[in-house]
Write a protein that binds this ligand. Sequence first.
Ligand code: IMP
Length: 201
Amino acid sequence: MEGRGASSGLEQVRAHPSSPLERDIERILITEREIQEALRRIGEEITRDYAGRDLLLVGVLKGAFVLMADLCRYIRLPLDVDFMAVASYGASTKTSGVVRILKDLDHDIEGRDVLLVEDIVDSGLTLNYLLKNLRGRRPASLEVCAFLKKTGIQRVEIDVRYCGFEIPPEFVVGYGLDYGEKYRNLRYIATLRPEAYREPR
Ligand code: IMP
C-alpha cells in the first residue's frame, strides 16, 4: 500500500466556476489523472495477489459505483461483481455510527475470496460493521480496498489492504462521493466552498 500522505502537498487546481456543476468547488485535491494512475497501480496489485483465486468484488453503494466501474477494468483476472447498499450519512456530513443495509448481496460468499470496495474511510464505522457482517458468512478471505482514507480520525482500526490516497480529514466530493446526493459525477476529488453547505441543493 502506498497511500499518499497529507504532507506531500495535494495538487490544487481550479475548477470551472462558470459550470453549474463545478461552481461550488473550492479546491481539487486529486485530479482525474491521479485517480486513474492510482487505480492502475491497485489493479495491478490485485491482479498479482488474486491470480488463481475466486475473486468477488463487493462495492459499497452508492459511493463506490464509479470506483468499481474503473477498478474492475484494471484487474486482469476473471471475477464476479456484487453490491451492497448501506445508509450512513443522509444529507449531512457526519456519520451517525448507525449503519443500515438497504440492499444485500446477490451472491452467497461462503468460501469465496471477497474484496470489499469502499469509496472512503472516515470514522471507519461503516466498514467495521460491514466486515463483521460479512465475516459471519464465512468467506475464504476478506480484504478491503478503500480509495480514500482520512488520516488520523478513525474511531475503529480498519485494516485497509489496498488504498488509493490518504487525505486530510476534510469533507470531499466527486468520483462517486456526494454531498446531499450531488457531485457524484465529478471526475476528480474536491472540497466544496462553505456557501455550498448553506445553499439549498
Ligand atoms: P465512516 O463510517 O465514517 O467511515 O463513513 C463512511 C461513509 O460515509 C462513506 O462510505 C461515505 O458514504 C460517507 N463519507 C465519509 N466521509 C465522506 C466525505 O468526505 N464525503 C462524502 N461522503 C463521505
